[in-house]
Design a protein around this ligand. Structure first.
Ligand SMILES: [Zn+2]
Ligand SMILES: [Zn+2]
Length: 545
């Protein structure tokens, strides 16, 4: 496939196609040319070398949309702007402000403000019949998914591009809300598949594991070295350490190096765009730089080089940084913790006590990806961004193959996207399965389910009283929500044997209500056979038994 005029043959009014200049395989960037009828839109420009876009003296597209400020999506934009100064480039407000970090080697005055900010959740019409709407995508502050809508007299075509997305809330950015996409009905979905069909533990659990690993190293008198990408993960970890109970108040220095520190500074300028919880935090103490509140967060500059590590500390540094000169000659070597899926190999030219990986996911796992697809139910799904084998794992999933046209193109391969006239949207899988976690803690068993389960209209009934009934059915356990009505009738009918630990025999139960402030049931109507971990036997059998 020639890179020249890749879509010359596609000028029909009703044709959709995608020509990927780069699909984000491995460390490769993302750059996709999308054609909707006569319109050509460039989605992201993560090319290190933009020469394929300069094959003709004409701009490669009518305009450019940039999903977020990570270099694999944005690093080619400045060169593209220099090559075609008239070519409009758009992104979210926050991305517009974070973009210059991609060219930190240049003095700020050398970086023109070439990117125009578009509002979120409000469609913008670019030309007759073509509009775009931005949806916050999680993953990184400012990260955005785009809905492109092309209207002809005969039909409306919709294409949804996720950019990098993450459904879970992280410390500094709210997740992509599937709820906000309801009713969208795109014909084409371009979705990232970074983690392939891997399954991940819950975000909180990932955070706790990382925190515990750092904690253990410090307790053993080691410093911890965390090489991260300059934007996103570093700030997430900082915020995690600042707010996790394992670390708040600890007499400890967290050193932040170079481009990660520059990322922190950029975030501080954007505070009004951050989630309310972050803004509240920042009202009481600095978000990052803080010499006073423990653990102290400090900028690592040349004056401290070769002096750190004398007492255990944490160093957060750019994954490309040469860390060999940081350590005090007498200091014992640090423990290095690396992200499980680093985009680039980390230099490890420093003597290390240990090297381990951790997971602090910033992209959806299999559950998140399939959930998004089943909610949007497009005709075509194009997978990009990730190793080709991971993407093949996704296109190999039967639950997707049965319903959608799946594509996982390599760079330079045109993807035709014929849209069926009488296409009927495939039904989502009849019953979604939710996977949860089971924890046995002494006297209680906790079952944790993904919050997506609560999106079903039936959830309200199930969760009405906050109490569930569990019973065995063969080898399986059936869970059932108890309704108010049932609680009331049960309370009057049921007799509970006196020797059983349950609300009916608990000294804190009066008038069928729990009066123990230490109980999760406090203030609620309780069933006599209900139970909570702070049960205390009544002196004598309670009146209801
Ligand atoms: Zn990204
Ligand atoms: Zn990316």
């Amino acid at each position: 496939m020639s890179h020249q005029r890749p879509m010359a043959s596609l000028c029909e009014d009703d044709q959709l196609a995608c020509f990927p200049y780069a699909v984000g395989h491995g460390a490769e960037g993302v750059c996709l040319l999308v054609q909707m009828g006569p319109h050509r839109i460039l989605l992201d420009c993560g090319l290190e070398n933009i020469s394929p876009l300069q094959a003709s003296s004409n701009p490669p597209a009518d305009f450019v949309l940039c999903s977020h400020a990570h270099s694999d999506h944005a690093q080619g934009l400045l060169a593209l702007h220099h090559a075609f100064p008239q070519l409009p480039i758009y992104a979210s407000e926050v991305t517009t402000q974070l973009l210059p970090l991609n060219w930190s080697e240049l003095p700020p005055q050398k970086i023109p403000k070439f990117c125009q900010a578009l509002p979120s959740r409000s469609p913008v019409e670019f030309c007759d019949g073509l509009s775009a709407e931005l949806f916050p995508a999680g993953h990184l502050p400012g990260a955005t998914a785009f809905l492109l809508t092309y209207t002809t007299p005969k039909k409306t075509y919709r294409l949804f591009y996720t950019g990098d997305f993450f459904l879970s809330n992280s410390r500094l950015v709210e997740g992509l809300s599937i709820e906000s996409l309801r009713g969208m009905q795109p014909d084409v979905l371009i979705v990232e598949g970074t983690y392939g069909s891997a399954r991940h533990p819950h975000r909180r659990q990932q955070e706790n594991q990382l925190v515990e690993r750092i904690d253990r190293a410090i307790a053993q008198n080691y410093s911890v070295l965390l090489p991260v990408s300059s934007l996103g993960l570093g700030q997430e970890i900082l915020m995690l350490l600042r707010s996790h109970h394992h670390f708040t108040g600890r007499n400890l220095d967290i050193w932040v190096e170079g481009s990660v520190a520059a990322g922190c500074d950029a975030y501080l300028e954007l505070l009004p765009h951050f989630p309310t919880s972050v803004q509240n935090f920042a009202r009481h103490q600095p978000l990052f730089w803080d010499e006073r509140v423990r653990p102290r967060v400090r900028r690592l500059d040349e004056r401290q080089l070769a002096s750190i590590g004398q007492s255990p500390c944490i160093v957060i540094t750019d994954d490309a940084a040469d860390v060999s000169g940081y350590w005090h000659p007498e200091a014992s070597p640090p423990v290095m913790l690396r992200p499980e899926h680093p985009r680039y190999p980390t230099r490890d030219n420093v003597e290390l006590a240990d090297i381990e990986t951790y997971l602090l996911a910033q992209h959806g796992d299999r559950l998140g990806t399939t959930q998004l697809i089943h909610n949007l139910r497009p005709q075509h799904v194009i997978f990009i961004h990730g190793s080709p084998t991971y993407l093949a794992d996704l296109t190999g999933l039967e639950e997707l193959q049965n319903r959608y046209h799946l594509h996982s193109p390599s760079s330079g391969t045109l993807v035709d996207l014929p849209i069926g006239e009488t296409f009927i949207q495939p039904a989502a899988p009849a019953e979604a399965n939710y996977e949860g976690e089971l924890t046995e803690l002494g006297t209680v068993v906790t079952i944790t389910l993904p919050e997506a389960i609560a999106a079903d209209p039936r959830w309200q009934d199930f969760a009405d009283t906050g109490l569930v009934e569990a019973r065995w059915q063969g080898e399986e356990i059936v869970l059932r929500g108890l309704s108010q009505r049932e609680l009331l009738t049960q309370a009057s009918n049921t007799r509970v044997p006196v020797n059983i630990d349950c609300c009916g025999n608990c000294r804190h139960q009066r008038g069928q209500r729990c009066w123990n402030p230490a109980s999760p049931l406090y203030g609620f109507k309780v069933t006599p056979e209900g139970y909570c971990p702070v049960f205390e036997a009544a002196e004598s059998p309670s009146p209801t038994s």
